[in-house]
Design a protein around this ligand. Structure first.
Ligand code: HEC
Length: 341
């Protein structure tokens, strides 16, 4: 079924961040002290941890990647310092552009630690500064990207867009933007225009995108495996098969309800801040919001962007399959927490 999720043309509008940042800025209480010392300490802890668990290695080293993602996904310093919802994406090609004018995607901490930040390697070199224009602290980390892992280790084929993939492959820095009043990381970015060379040299590769965000491998398993928490949850987690099956049902209902017309990586109906729901991991990160939004008839939208109520039977089926998936995700995570080495 995933095979039929076809490529759609990129309409390429700007994903304005304004609403997100405005909400965040409104939450900043000017009477609260600026947490500069705490942020400086946090930057040092996070940089040291990243260098310990995700050090420079061969860009094809699966074991190094597994150790990195498992560590960050678990109880890490990085994770403890993330806001409950973050934005992630490339640094704007125009270096003078504000974050407001930069395309970014929303992620839950599970997804950004397990599937995105762990695709990078870190030397431990970092700097911290306050950026007046954004009213945020900026931590810059020297980094490099694991471009030679198998395709199923990426959350989706980043090479669907050549410029995106070329920036990933050549990345030399990961940037964290920090709210001065909460000391939490609210935005992550990557760039190939940081000060240093990448932490390891790599050969660029140019895989072909065949139009599928997810696919079946020759053993009939859903790919990318990483989106089924492969390598993040333990192999003997008893909920893995149920995670797979409840997601498949939910994906079918989301397809019936047309969610996949918009909530996919190429952002066909340009969203101010893209929300991805097209894999188990992405959907798991947003499942509570998904259910709330559908229950309140706020989604789906029609092509003009108006709310388009679902037929009652489909709405019920979508909510039921979403709830079953949510219960399974929670059970799988609880099991992991109880069986952590
Ligand atoms: C025609 C495009 C389109 C379709 C189809 C669509 N969405 Fe959305 N969705 C959007 C846009 C645009 C936004 C962000 C803007 C907004 O809040 O209205 C959004 C926002 C959301 C949000 C975040 C709401 C929040 O709390 O901020 C969720 C969750 C969501 N959609 C789920 C779904 C689900 C589930 C479906 C299928 C039943 C669906 N969407 C179908 C375009 C779409």
């Amino acid at each position: 079924m995933f095979g039929a999720i076809s490529r759609r043309s990129v309409t390429g509008g700007a994903l304005l961040l304004a609403a997100f940042l405005a909400a965040d800025a409104a939450g900043i209480d000017d009477d609260l002290p600026d947490l500069k010392d705490q942020i400086t300490r946090m930057a040092s802890d996070v940089a040291l941890e990243l260098q310990e668990v995700c050090p420079p290695a061969s860009p094809s080293d699966q074991a190094a990647f597994d150790r990195c993602r498992r560590s960050l996904f678990g109880d890490s310093a990085l994770r403890r310092n993330l806001a409950p919802r973050l934005l992630w994406g490339r640094r704007n090609q125009d270096a003078t552009a504000a974050l407001d004018d930069t395309n970014l995607t929303q992620f839950a901490p599970d997804v950004i630690t397990g599937l995105y930040l762990s695709l990078f390697m870190y030397s431990g070199e970092y700097s911290v500064e306050y950026v007046e224009r954004e009213r945020l602290y900026l931590i810059r980390l020297r980094a490099g990207f694991r471009n030679l892992l198998p395709p199923g280790q990426f959350p989706y084929p980043f090479w669907h867009e050549e410029t995106k993939w070329s920036v990933y492959q050549a990345a030399n820095s990961v940037l964290f933007w920090v709210n001065p009043k909460t000391a939490k990381i609210i935005i992550g970015q990557f760039t190939e225009r940081g000060g240093n060379s990448p932490v390891v040299d790599t050969q660029p590769i140019w895989p072909k995108f065949d139009g599928k965000w997810m696919w079946m491998d020759k053993d009939g398993r859903i790919q990318p495996r990483v989106t089924l928490f492969d390598g993040l949850f333990r192999q003997d987690n008893p909920y893995l098969p149920e995670l797979d099956s409840t997601y498949r049902t939910l994906a079918l209902r989301m397809r019936d309800a047309q969610c996949d017309k918009c909530h996919v990586p190429n952002n066909p109906m340009p969203m101010r801040r893209l929300l991805l729901l097209h894999t188990p991991a992405h959907a798991a990160g947003e499942i509570a919001r998904l259910l709330k939004t559908v229950l309140a008839d706020k989604m789906p939208l029609d092509d003009a962007g108006n709310e388009e109520p679902l037929e009652p039977a489909l709405k019920r089926a979508l909510l039921e399959s979403g709830a079953a998936f949510e219960v399974t995700v929670k059970a799988a995570k609880d099991w992991e927490a109880a069986h952590r080495e």
